[in-house]
Structure formats: structure tokens, C-alpha cells
Design a protein around this ligand. Sequence first.
Ligand code: ATP
Length: 326
Amino acid sequence: MTEIKTIGLLTSGGDAPGMNAAVRAVTRAAIFNGMKVKAIYRGYKGLLSDEIVEFKTQNVSNIIQQGGTILKTARCKEFATAEGRKQAFDVIQKEGIDALVVLGGDGTFTGARIFAKEYNIPVVGVPCTIDNDLFGTDHTIGYDTALNTVIDAVDKIRDTASSHERLFFVEVMGRDAGFLALNAAVASGAEAAVIPEVSIKDDLLTEVIQNGFRKTKNSSIVLVAESEVTGGAQTVADRVKSEHPEYDVRVVVLGHIQRGGSPSAFDRILASRLGYGAVQALMEGQRNVMIGIDHDQVVYVPFSKAIKDDKPIDMSLVDTLRSLSI
Ligand code: ATP
């Protein structure tokens, strides 16, 4: 096993609150253990174009509370090509980088996995995405903050919904995963959640409507996960409007406000633990793994599993929502 003296660190894919706390944790843990940190700006794009700066401890001062990522993030099509990855490897050699820590989601880990195999370089991943859709970790960095942002928005929408006796369809992010929509629905007391994991034919909404959900309530909120399966909030609203023209229906798409803001205490602690865990993993000779959290323990999950396996939704939470929205 070659000794790791210098770690390259980048953030990639969609930004997520808590990424900065993870950047801080990786940087400080590496320096604490006698390693150098080379910060790579703009994800794989900056790796190809050598946008690299050595970080000292003070470079990550005063960022634990900041949303977004101070390293910037970008999508990089070139990294999906063999020529692009060769260019990245040349830069890594030139910069004297012995291992990479990548912060991002499944696309970031897919690229990392291919690169690590091609060039036999140790790479570990830290899961950062508000979607919480990575297998092998109970939580991803950014998800808790996004969940809190969604329920704050829904609480505000509820004021209008109840004053005007309206039915609101609120679309939340999730990219084919219903974690945000389902958990936010339970946490905000919504009537239903339309999520891709539950068949659209017998989704919670149909059931609620069949039971006559306006009998006992003067407002209703339904959370809809953005997804080709659900069709999004507008599609669901159009369906209900055509079947029930008597309802006063409105649509709100929360959009990018869900990704912003100062990370919650939960996300800051999670980012600190996983960032520290990433450096520990490299020192233990781990490679090609995502650092996850499972039953409150830090675990190493092979990229192959984290990327390919589907993370199941907790169906008991669907039942909970169903029971509590009567
Ligand atoms: P999020 O879940 O927030 O969207 P992500 O990490 O999944 O985050 P992507 O945009 O899917 O975000 O991927 C980030 C980057 O990873 C891409 O811009 C690309 O550079 C790299 N990448 C994705 N897929 C591949 C692949 N098959 N081969 C090589 N690189 C890839």
C-alpha cells in the first residue's frame, strides 16, 4: 500500500447544504494526520483544467455554517470519456495527488469508480445530495436541511390553503426518489404524498379523494415528488381538476430554494463525521468506497453497491401518512 501524502478534494454534481462542512472536515482531518490537501475547484471540470489550490486549515475557517460549496461545482461531460479521464490523471500526477475524496451523488461516484479502476488511484466518496437516494447510507448530507426547508414552505402555504379552502399540490425535488416528498408530508401534516415508489394507479391521493377528503377539512396539501413517474405537481393537479372541477386547485413548485440555506445541526454533524471518516478510510487502505452512516455508525459502502442498488422507501411511513391524514 503506497503512503498517501496528498489528498485531492472536490465537490461535484448538485450542491447540497453541508458540503462546506464536509470540505472543512476532510481538510482538517487530513492536515491533522500530516497530509496535504489540494482543493480542486469546479468538480471534475476543474480537475481536467488544473484549477487546483493547496488548502491550509484557515482556508476552511468560517464555512461550516454556509450553504452551497466554496469549491464550486460543475457538470463535466469530458470526464465521461477516456480522453477526459486521461487528462485528469495527467493533472493528478503533475500535482502530486495520491488519492481523491469526491463529494457528490451517484453520477459523481460513477465517474470516480471508473477513474479509480482505470488508473489504480484510491478514491473515496462522501454522499452529498438533498435527494437521500444513495443505497448504503441512512442519510445523505443536505437531505435534513432540505427537508426542513420544505416543511417551512409548506407551513406557509397552509395559511393560504386554509384561509381560501384550497387544495395545493406542492412539488418537491427528489429525482425519482420519494424520500423528501414522503417525509415532508408526514412532518408537515400533509394529506398525501405522490411518490414514484408507490404505483400511481393506487397512490395515496386516489385513496384520499375516494374517501372524500373535503368532508372533514377545509384545506388540503399534497406533496408531489418531481419525477417522470408522477409527472410532477402540474400533471397531478390537472388530473384532479378534470375529475373534480369543484376543487379550488393550486400548484407550487418549490424548486431551488430546497437546495439553499445554512445546513441544519444534523447535516453539519453528519458532514463532519463523514468527512473525518473519508480520511480515516484512506489511511486504512480503503478505496472505491462511499462513506455512509448506518444505524448511527460510520460504514464503508462499495461504490458499486451505492450506485447500483436502489434504496428502498420505508413503506411503514406510507402507512403512517395514510392513517394520520384522515
Ligand atoms: P446529484 O445527485 O446532486 O445530481 P450527481 O453526483 O449525481 O449529483 P451528476 O451531474 O449526475 O451529479 O454527476 C456529476 C458528474 O460526475 C458529471 O458531470 C460527470 O463529470 C461525472 N459523471 C457522471 N456520470 C459519469 C460516467 N458514467 N462516467 C464518468 N463520469 C461521470
